[in-house]
Design a binder for this molecule. Structure first.
Ligand code: SAH
Ligand code: SF4
Ligand code: F3S
Length: 475
């Protein structure tokens, strides 16, 4: 059993498909009632995509899905390790499952995802969360059918959390949400080892999928009515570097842009050290690639950036942004920032505020530094009191909110083409839509418009969203 190169072999995958059939036969022989599964996902869109595979495998094994933990025959919790807060939420919820299992002792509880790839966490589950039956990290996701089959036939507890560089598993069954949005993994893992980050430790090295597999998947999605395709990877700009082909991310974008149909292409995340004017030119020239760039800068001070091992300076970042703005009309720019990296002084933090003022991001994802066991940053002295980090964090939020509100206000009066992608939960504006730059727009109109492009006039704006009226529908 194992990986052939960076791709799981067809033979190994075929074996898992056989386990799916065996579980199916076992469940069918078990009784009249269809078994049910509950799948819960934490973390990023990569994890969401993994959960779509877990659901796909479960459905093929014959499971229906439920939103009630108590009723489920199988519970799968797909976890995230990026910050302590995410981990605490998972542990709290898994702890609460002791009650559901007491009422339903046959229930099978599975924990998977990034947290399970941390050895101290797997150990904690082994010793202190004894009601958990199956534990596996992202590297063993494709072996879920085999693990479940073993549990159903032999019982006992199973742990598949050995360290690994990872490998691509093509062709697993997938159960997605309804159109119009679909995430497509183009590469997995990360080679960057930013000093604060756990992702490369739990997700392994960068592995790109073959372009023909990605193209085939996107073609299929467009034919099935998906309109908003999000290409996923921790650092999409290094796509292709590990392949024996001469292809980079810009080439891939051009090939996907050539697929026929009315859809948009987005991607996440771009690392500034690998983003290039060539990418911006490609974005500008490809009509289906939306004018949105998520370009995390993390910190505005060069000493801090060096300590974070980010591989660029503030000036290099600002120059990149200038180039992007110059080439991409109407660019929407978003970013991630960490406040309170170990050793960052308030004066150094103020350089982050300067970047906000100069760039004027449309939106920002902001985090207070969270030490991750095993990362170099977690071993550094961290003298700044929590209260001071909070004060700095609030200054960052206040400044960004003011900028976001101002940028949103500038949309009022404009008429834009937007994709209606769901319901908003609001009373008057019950539809939600996205501009081509990914800004959220609330609209009123019929549910039937979900999944279509409409032309909308923006009538008002808040810090978080735009509000508009539909002028023209396209169906
Ligand atoms: N690969 C992406 C980021 C993935 S993690 C990239 O490099 O852009 C998403 C965000 O979480 C990061 O951009 C960073 O801002 C934040 N993050 C990661 N590790 C963190 C930590 N230990 N503490 C606080 N924030 C962290
Ligand atoms: Fe983490 Fe850095 Fe890799 Fe992003 S690029 S996943 S922040 S190590
Ligand atoms: Fe979390 Fe793993 Fe994504 S740590 S952010 S779920 S890659």
């Amino acid at each position: 059993m194992g990986a052939c190169g960076t791709v799981i072999s067809e033979g190994d995958l075929q074996q898992q498909m056989e386990y799916i059939e065996r579980v199916r036969a076992l469940l069918e022989s078990g009784g009249a009632k269809k078994p049910t599964a509950f799948v819960d996902t934490y973390g990023c869109q990569q994890n969401e995509a993994d959960s779509e595979r877990i659901r796909g495998m479960l459905r093929q094994m014959g499971y229906d899905f439920t939103t009630e933990e108590e009723a489920a025959d199988v519970i799968v919790i797909n976890t995230c390790a990026v910050r302590a807060h995410a981990e605490q939420r998972v542990l709290g919820n898994v702890g609460a499952l002791t009650h559901t299992k007491r009422n339903n002792p046959k229930q099978i509880i599975c924990l998977c995802g990034c947290m399970m790839q941390e050895s101290h966490m797997a150990e904690k589950i082994r010793t202190s969360f004894r009601h958990v039956d199956i534990v596996f990290g992202p590297h063993a996701l494709w072996r879920f059918p085999e693990l479940l089959h073993q549990k159903l036939t032999k019982g006992g507890r199973m742990f598949e959390t050995a360290p690994s560089d990872g490998a691509i598993a093509e062709g697993l069954p997938v159960l997605r949400n309804k159109p119009p949005k679909a995430g497509v993994i183009i590469m997995q893992g990360c080679n960057n080892f930013c000093s604060y980050c756990i992702v490369p430790h739990v997700r392994g090295r960068e592995h790109s999928r073959m372009p023909d597999q990605i193209i085939k998947e996107v073609e299929g999605l467009v034919q099935s009515g998906y309109r908003d395709i999000m290409l996923l990877g921790q650092n999409v700009n290094s796509y292709g570097k590990d392949l024996a082909l001469s292809i980079d991310f810009s080439d891939l974008l051009r090939q996907l842009n050539a697929i026929e149909g009315d859809f948009i292409l987005r991607f996440m995340t771009s690392h500034p050290k690998d983003a290039s004017p060539r990418l911006f030119q490609t974005m500008a020239e490809c009509e289906k690639v939306e004018n949105h760039l998520h370009l995390p800068f993390q910190a505005g001070n060069d000493r801090v950036l060096r300590d974070m091992n980010r591989g660029y300076t503030r000036e290099a970042y600002l120059e990149l942004v200038r180039q992007a703005k110059q080439r991409i009309p109407d660019l929407v720019l978003t970013s991630d920032v960490i406040v309170g990296f170990p050793g960052e002084t308030t004066e150094e933090f103020e350089d982050t505020l300067l970047v906000l003022k100069e760039v004027e991001f449309d939106a920002l994802f902001t985090f207070i530094y969270s030490p991750r066991e095993g990362t170099p940053a977690s071993r550094k002295e961290d003298p700044m009191p929590k209260a001071q980090k909070q004060v700095n964090f609030q200054r960052l939020l206040d400044l960004q909110n003011e900028i976001s509100a101002r940028k949103h206000q500038a949309y009022v009066g404009r008429t834009l083409r937007v994709l209606v992608d769901g319901e908003s939960g609001e009373e008057t504006y019950h539809l939600s839509a996205r501009t081509t730059g990914g800004r959220l727009v609330h609209l009123s109109g019929s549910r039937n418009l979900i999944g279509t492009f409409v032309t909308a006039k923006i009538t008002s704006a808040s810090t978080w969203a735009l509000f508009g009226e539909i002028e023209e529908t396209q169906r």
